[in-house]
Design a binder for this molecule. Structure first.
Ligand code: FE
Ligand code: FE
Ligand code: ZN
Length: 277
């Protein structure tokens, strides 16, 4: 079965997201670990979280995914911004324990002119600080489009971060199909080649989740503008190959396409049709 869901809002609580997911034909979902602009995290009410846990068990959910706020920049050149980001990361990882969620994804960040290597040093230092041996969370680095001074648009950069983190068994990668397309990887014409590169540089065993998005822009554009499934430069044929690829087909897929719930429901039903069981 295709494990698929979309990004949902935590504003009505945790169980509410599980119900929304079921209502649109999803069996997983993604949510922000805190307000997307970096504010407070949603209070964890034990009854609410237990209800989500039961709903997930009763409906055989695939792993769900927490997404850090976009503003969390662990490699800013501004020390205050870095500290703020590190605090958010520490808090987020500590509270994951109370959620039925073992995957936490974040954007490596933007080095804002200091250079990729310095950025990677800061990111790895933050991860070494925040990840504790007793945590059972896998922290996912997201593949980025390479907009501005973003770190993580090349597989080699993610590999360098992993190499610099001590608790490597707690690190993974989330591949965003819009981002890798925009970064210049040709997932439309050479998906096998891109995955071979991923495997030789990072290792496919690190790949824990897919952000399934079409792109408004061609490969190599470094833009990061998500498009609805089948309406962009990746296209439905390539997306069908992605969800069915032997190395990817069992992973959880998360839509971050520009949609309301009804649009997500349509995309999920289309993708379930395209999936070869
Ligand atoms: Fe993301
Ligand atoms: Fe993404
Ligand atoms: Zn994006």
């Amino acid at each position: 079965m295709l494990n698929i869901g979309c990004h949902l809002s935590v504003s009505d609580g945790y169980e509410a997201m599980g119900r929304q997911a079921l209502a649109i034909g999803a069996n997983t979902f993604q949510f922000f670990s805190r307000n997307p602009r970096g504010g407070k995290a949603k209070d964890i009410v034990p009854e609410d979280v237990n209800a989500l846990k039961k709903l997930m068990e009763d409906n055989s959910f695939a792993p769900i995914l927490a997404h850090a706020s976009y503003t969390m920049n662990l490699c800013s050149k501004d020390e205050k911004i870095r500290e703020f980001a590190l605090n958010a990361l520490r808090e987020d990882l500590a509270r994951m324990h109370d959620l039925p969620c073992r995957l936490y994804n974040f954007h490596p960040g933007s080095h804002v002119g200091q250079g990729t290597e310095k950025g990677i040093e800061f990111i790895a230092a933050a991860l070494n600080d925040a990840i504790k041996p007793e945590y059972d969370v896998i922290v996912l680095l997201e593949t980025m489009a390479g907009k501005g001074s973003e770190v993580g648009s090349k597989f080699e950069e993610l590999r360098m971060i992993i190499d610099s983190v001590e608790l490597k068994d707690k690190l993974g990668v989330c591949l965003d199909t819009c981002h890798v397309n925009d970064a210049g990887y040709d997932i439309v014409n050479d998906l096998d080649g891109v995955l071979e590169q991923f495997d030789s540089i990072i290792g496919l065993d690190r790949l824990k989740a897919i952000h399934l998005n079409d792109s408004m822009n061609p490969s190599g554009s470094h833009k990061d503008r998500h498009e609805k499934i089948g309406k962009g430069h990746v296209g439905i044929d390539a997306i069908t190959r992605i969800i069915n690829h032997p190395s990817l087909r069992d992973l959880p897929f998360f839509l971050e396409t520009p949609n309301e719930l009804d649009g997500y429901a349509q995309e999920i039903s289309l993708l379930r049709e395209k999936y070869i069981d």
